[in-house]
Write a protein that binds this ligand. Sequence first.
Ligand SMILES: Cc1ncc(COP(=O)(O)O)c(C=O)c1O
Ligand SMILES: N[C@@H](CCOP(=O)(O)O)C(=O)O
Length: 422
Amino acid sequence: MSLSLSADQPAAPADAEDGVWLECIECGETFAPFADVRYTCDECDGLLEVRYDDLPTFEDFAAAADPDQGVWRYADTLPLPAGVSIQEGATPLYEVPGLEADLELEALRIKHEGMNPTGSFKDRGMTVGVAVAKELGVDRLACASTGNTSAALAAYGSRGGMETLVLLPAGKVAAGKVAQASLHGARILEVDGNFDACLDIVQELAQQGEAYLLNSLNPFRLEGQKTIGLEILEGFLADYETVPDRIVLPVGNAGNTSALYKAFRELVQAGALEEDEVPKLVGVQAEGAAPMVEAIENGADEVRRWDDVETRATAIRIGNPVNAPKALPGIRETGGTAISVTDEEITDAQRDLAGEGIGVEPASAASVAGLRKLRAEGIVTEDERVACLTTGHLLKDPDAAAATGREPEPVPAETEGVLDHL
Ligand SMILES: Cc1ncc(COP(=O)(O)O)c(C=O)c1O
Ligand SMILES: N[C@@H](CCOP(=O)(O)O)C(=O)O
C-alpha cells in the first residue's frame, strides 16, 4: 500500500520534473506536476500526492537554516524552491506548565498556528498552492470555506496579484474570517447551503476550468502544511532530544492529519526517523460533525458523509472530509485514534488555553479537549510527551470568545464609582 509507513521510496517516473511528480494514492498512476491542472487521478479519480526522488533529513533542513524563513526553510521537501510568501510558519511551540501539571503529563506543548500571518495554518498551504498556481499560469483562484481557507486564499491571492473567489456557507462563518476575505479583496459568494455543498460547487467550477481550486483536495496545499509536523519534531528534538509520543489535532477536512502523516512517512523513507518513533496521530472532531471518528470506531475504510452537521466550532463543521483516504491510514498506521468532544468540552478547553495566555478559536481548542478526554480514559498515559495543535487565532471568532469569556461590567465615569464597584 503506497500510504503504509513502511512503503519504500518510489523511483522517479519519466514524467517527473526536477525530481518531482504527482502519484495517485489508489492506482499508482503518475503525472507531471506542472504540465496540466489536475486535482485527482485521471484514471480512477483517487487522491493525488506529490512525490520526490530525493528526500531530505533533519540535517539537510538544519544546513538550510534561517529560522525566520518559516515554511521555505523546508524547500528541499516542497515542490518549488520559493513561494508567494508573507512569512508564514515558524510558529511558537508554547510551554503550558499549568495545563501540563493539570493533565499530569511528562510534557505538553501547544503548537499555535494562530500565529501565522492570517491567523491560521492555512497560510502554510497557500504559500505553496498560490506559487504552484502561478507556475501553472492560472489567473483565478477559488475555494469553499468555513472561513480560514478563504481568509488565507484572499491574502495570498492578492499578494500574488490574482483574482480570488470564495464560496462560504451563508451565515455560518465567523465574523473575523469574512472581514479578512473581504478586505483582501476576494469575491465572496454566500451559498445557501453548508460547507460540503460549497465544496461540491467549487470542485465543479474547477473541473470546468473556471478557477484553480485551492482547498486541501489540492495536493500542493498539503505540502506546505507538512511543515507543521517538521517544526513540531524539530522543536521536541531541540528541547527533549526526542520526538513527541503523540500529536493531537482538530479534524475537519482532514488535510492536516494527511499532511503530518506524509511528513513522517517521508522522514522514515529518508532514514531520518525510525518507524516506531513516529508520533501517534490523534484526530479530534466535534460530536455534531464526527464522520472520521465514526469511521475509525467502526474500522471502516471509507467515511460516511454526514449531511447535517452542527457545532459551535464552525471551522470544523464539516460532514464529508475529502482527505479521509489519506488521513485514515495516517491515524491507523501511527497507532493513533480519533475521538469526539462536546461543544461544552471545547469551550472549557478554550478557557484552559486562555488561562495560559493562548487565545484560540473554538475549533482549535478541540485538540486540548480531546487530549483531556483521552487522559481521563487512560488512553494517553502520564509518561507521554504530547503536542497539541491549535489551528486558528482567538480573533477569528470574536463572538465565540466574548460568549466564552467574562462579561464586561458597566461602571460610572469617575474613580470613586469604579473603586466602589471593585
Ligand atoms: C481553525 C481550524 N481548525 C481545524 C480545521 C480542520 O483542519 P483539517 O481540515 O486540516 O482537518 C480547520 C479547517 O478545516 C480550521 O479552520
Ligand atoms: N476549515 C476549513 C475548511 C476547508 O478546508 P480546506 O483545508 O480543505 O481548505 C476552512 O477554513 O475553510
